[in-house]
Write a protein of this length. Structure first.
Length: 46
């Protein structure tokens, strides 16, 4: 969180990179959640 605040005060390129990283992590987390949910559904079907 400190890095994000520092980026807002300072350089725009860094902020853009930080936002991209944040977005990537968000997508990755969603993918993992969907993966685990689909695995659970497969187990239920069997």
């Amino acid at each position: 969180m400190q890095l994000a605040c520092f980026a807002k005060i300072g350089e725009k390129p860094f902020l853009t990179i930080w936002n991209f990283f944040d977005y990537y992590i968000f997508i990755l987390m969603n993918y993992c959640i969907l993966e685990s949910l689909s695995e659970r559904n497969l187990v239920v079907v069997e």
